[in-house]
Design a protein around this ligand. Structure first.
Ligand code: ZN
Length: 245
């Protein structure tokens, strides 16, 4: 990470009246959550069809066994890292309006952010496919699969979106609205490959925002969109920014 780029980013953040953060899998890697895509991604080990809505309804037990293993046995122990925590402190100091995240791990909330727009839902909430009843995942007995609704006995799925499902409308609208208000958009740990989430920083740019990207490698955003690229891991760059803010 170049010191001159860091100083430039800090100066822009200091002057900003409306900064938003757009985050992807890269911010949670330091918490031990591997990305889904790419080499060593989760989908190199598991078959993604367990998150196909039709397959899930047809084979709920088979799907749930894998879902439990990936999202609850394995992710369940993840804790927020310094990158999440810096964003939480920035919000409390009035330096960050909201986080728009593609992640479903709840680590932004655990890291101290209260305004989090979850583009792809959240794994810590469960919802009934029959009556829409929602309840927290810590109320679930994972020994008893597939998970059934305590109210109506219907099949329960985690409240993150499966393949073929639409983006939650509230999160979608609120994210677009924030992108249009923003004068600075931080991109952290996202490769910009998943649509429509990846269009959020573009929407911010179209409305005049400066784009500050924090990613260890160039991404789809870097050339055409990014104004300042901090080439670093999320925690390293955010801790350095916080020190100078
Ligand atoms: Zn129900």
């Amino acid at each position: 990470m170049k010191e001159s780029q860091l100083d430039k980013a800090v100066n822009i953040l200091k002057k900003s009246r409306y900064t938003i953060a757009f985050t992807g899998a890269g911010i949670s890697v330091e918490s031990g959550i591997p990305p889904f895509r790419g080499e060593n991604g989760i989908w190199t080990k598991y078959d993604p069809q367990v998150l196909d809505l039709e397959y899930f309804h047809e084979y709920p037990l088979e799907s749930w066994k894998v879902i439990r293993e990936i999202f609850y046995d394995y992710f369940g122990f993840a804790r927020p890292n310094d990158a999440h925590k810096v964003l939480g402190r920035m919000e409390r100091k009035g330096l960050l309006k909201c986080v728009i995240t593609q992640n479903i791990d709840n680590l932004h909330q655990e890291g101290g952010n209260s305004v989090v727009h979850e583009f792809h839902g959240n794994s810590q909430t469960m919802e009934c496919t029959a009556c829409d009843h929602q309840f927290p995942s810590n109320k679930v007995d994972f020994q008893n699969l597939p998970v059934k609704c305590p109210k109506c006995g219907g099949l329960v799925k985690p409240a993150f979106i499966f393949f073929g499902e639409a983006i939650p409308q509230d999160a979608y609208q609120e994210s677009l609205e924030a992108a249009r208000q923003a004068d600075v958009c931080l991109i952290i740990g996202s490769l910009g490959e998943v649509m429509p989430a990846a269009m959020i920083p573009w929407e911010a740019k179209r409305n005049g925002a400066t784009i500050i990207e924090i990613n260890p490698k160039p991404t789809n955003f870097t050339g055409p969109l990014t104004d300042i690229h901090l080439v670093a891991k999320a925690s390293e760059a955010l801790l350095a920014i916080e020190q100078k803010l």
